[in-house]
Every structure is written in structure tokens, then in C-alpha cells.
Design a protein around this ligand. Sequence first.
Ligand code: QAP
Ligand code: CO
Length: 173
Amino acid sequence: MQLTIVEYPNKKLREISKEVKSFDEKLHSLLDSMYPIMINTNGIGLAAIQVAHAIRVLILNIPDEEGEQTKENLLEIINPVITQKDGESVYQEGCLSVPKFYEDITRYETISINYQDRDGNTKTLEADGLLSIAIQHEIDHLEGILFIDKLSYSRRKKFEKEYKRMLKERKYS
Ligand code: QAP
Ligand code: CO
């Protein structure tokens, strides 16, 4: 399946993604195609809406202690629901749909989620650290929310200005 990353300010990113009900070949094909595009663009997390599919699907591949990103650590998360959340942590986030921009964002430190895997089996996962941050970032995508929406008014203005400049420069290069 040929996929391309949808970039801000494309309105597609504002769509609310729909619950997955069929855990079929079509879903597997989408998941299988999302992984290489995430890896090739140096991502650690990707939601289906970022490749123009408005369904509640996300993948995560967090580097291990050695900094290695291995497919054994790939998480495929479908229809996630946060069931517990606790604490606060700040992390400098980025997003494949908002290239070249990074900002500190406050999120819950630890979360628990219920979700389904590619075969529809129900799972639970408790996460902290970068995994917890990444899951919250990707679940926001399912609601049409981007990390830049969480910036203060002044930082958001600064972002819009820098981003416009970046897009303009990219057009002429
Ligand atoms: C979401 O983000 C995330 O601007 C995943 O030029 C971010 O994979 C979760 C990326 C931070 C937790 C913490 C961004 C690649 C990748 C860029 C990503 C870029 C190239 C972002
Ligand atoms: Co993102």
C-alpha cells in the first residue's frame, strides 16, 4: 500500500478517527505499510490519520536502552482507551506531520490503556517514560489533536511564523 505522510496545516489531521471493527486483511496491509514509512522518516510513532486513514490505529517503535529501534519492540495499538493516568512529565516532542519543529509538552507521567491488537485480541498496557508520552501523543491524533495545540498562545504564534517560513523555503529549494 502506497502511503504518504500528511503534513500540517492539512485539515485531514483534524478528523476524528473511527473505531476499527474489522480486523481483516485490509487492516493488516495498512499496518504493514505504516511501519516502513515510519522507520524511513525516522519516526518512533505514527497514527493512521497521518497517512490519511481516519481509523483508530497507531504504531509505536521506541528505541531500547542501546538506542536500537528493533521490530521486536513494535507495538500495534488499535482502539486504545486510557484507563488510568498519573503524574506529570515534560518532554520535547516532535511529529512527522509537523516536520522540523520540537517543543516541550506536559503530559501524564504514567498511563494504563486498554486496546486491541491486529487480530482483535483485547490487551492492557501500563506505560511510563517515553512510551507513555508517545502513546498520549498518538492517541491525541485519533481526536484530531496535534502537539502544537498544547502550546501557549505566544509559543503557538512563534511556531506559526517559523513553520510558514520553513514551508516557503522548502517550496523554493
Ligand atoms: C511522537 O514523533 C512523539 O520533525 C512521534 O523532522 C514525539 O516520531 C512521541 C520526526 C516525541 C513522543 C515524543 C519529527 C522525524 C519524528 C520531525 C515522531 C522530523 C523527523 C517524530
Ligand atoms: Co504526531
